[in-house]
Design a protein around this ligand. Structure first.
Ligand code: ZN
Length: 278
């Protein structure tokens, strides 16, 4: 090799070396992705230079048939842990209390008023934006929170110039529910029970379960009750009863997580392509 060729080779290697030193999402390996566990110095090193996305699990504590009352918190929290690396995100602490007035009568339930919940959520979202996150992904586990979340998203996103995605996982997973169970789901039904069974098998109680515990959700606008008549609310008559099957639980857990991660990746990509609020 001539000296000239050697020098050209060295130049190429240094260019390539420099190129490969650029951090890709896969290269970012924080000691933990949970904000609760990070020290502030490491957070400062990560956000926003290496991580611009945060996952915020929000839920509720309310009765769920024979599975944990914190199911609406535990599902999005487990989901966040499962997918955080694949979307290069940190995980904000879970909002464990939500709006659930129709279930307040059940032992162990706690319901926050929308008037109190709304400014609390807004402050958290704005603080996450102030901390340097550009993408806030709300993983919602509880239907009662949806109206307020929908209401606060646009003012915070446009006010702080950040991008916000709200995911109601059980709705997004509708097709997976039908694929895995061959039928529709329900509140504390086959879908939620399966997801929890995959993560906390020791905290489901089939020995306490009877089919009579379930009610069919009323058709939209037909009627409503307070308290609800059952904590297991079937989306459709004759469908959505918990199955307690380990194989279905594992399949459901995996497929739901994959679908949620794929949605987030797609949305992030589209936002970047559009160049909005970068
Ligand atoms: Zn639930």
């Amino acid at each position: 090799m001539t000296i000239k060729r050697f020098l050209v080779l060295c130049l190429m290697m240094s260019i390539c070396g420099g190129f490969f030193q650029i951090q890709s999402a896969e290269d970012v390996k924080p000691t933990t992705r949970e904000m609760n566990l990070l020290c502030w110095q490491e957070f400062q090193e990560l956000v926003p230079s290496r991580i611009q996305t945060v996952l915020l699990p929000v839920g509720s504590i309310e009765p769920h048939g024979v599975i944990p009352s914190g199911t609406d918190n535990l599902v999005p929290e487990a989901m966040a842990r499962e997918i955080a690396a694949s979307v290069n995100a940190l995980i904000a602490p879970t909002l464990n209390y939500g709006i659930t007035p129709a279930m307040k009568a059940f032992p162990g339930a706690v319901s926050i008023s929308p008037e109190a919940y709304r400014p609390f959520v807004v402050d958290i979202l704005e603080n996450l934006a102030d901390n340097g996150f550009r993408n806030i992904i709300i993983l919602n586990g509880h239907g009662g929170n949806t109206a307020v979340l929908k209401d606060v998203t646009a003012p915070v996103a446009n006010g702080k110039k950040v991008r916000i995605l709200v995911i109601n996982w059980w709705s997004l997973a509708d097709d997976i529910t039908k694929e895995v169970f061959g039928e529709n789901g329900g509140h504390a039904g086959n879908n939620e029970t399966a997801y929890i069974q995959a993560v906390y098998p020791e905290h489901i109680h089939p020995e306490r379960y009877t089919k009579e515990m379930a009610s069919v959700n009323p058709p939209p606008g037909a009627f409503f009750t307070v308290p609800v008549t059952s904590s297991i609310g079937l989306y459709e008559k004759g469908q959505g009863y918990p199955t307690f099957r380990k194989d279905q639980a594992e399949e459901y857990f995996q497929k739901v997580n994959e679908k949620v991660a794929a949605l987030i990746q797609d949305v992030l990509q589209k936002w970047d392509l559009a160049g909005v609020y970068r």
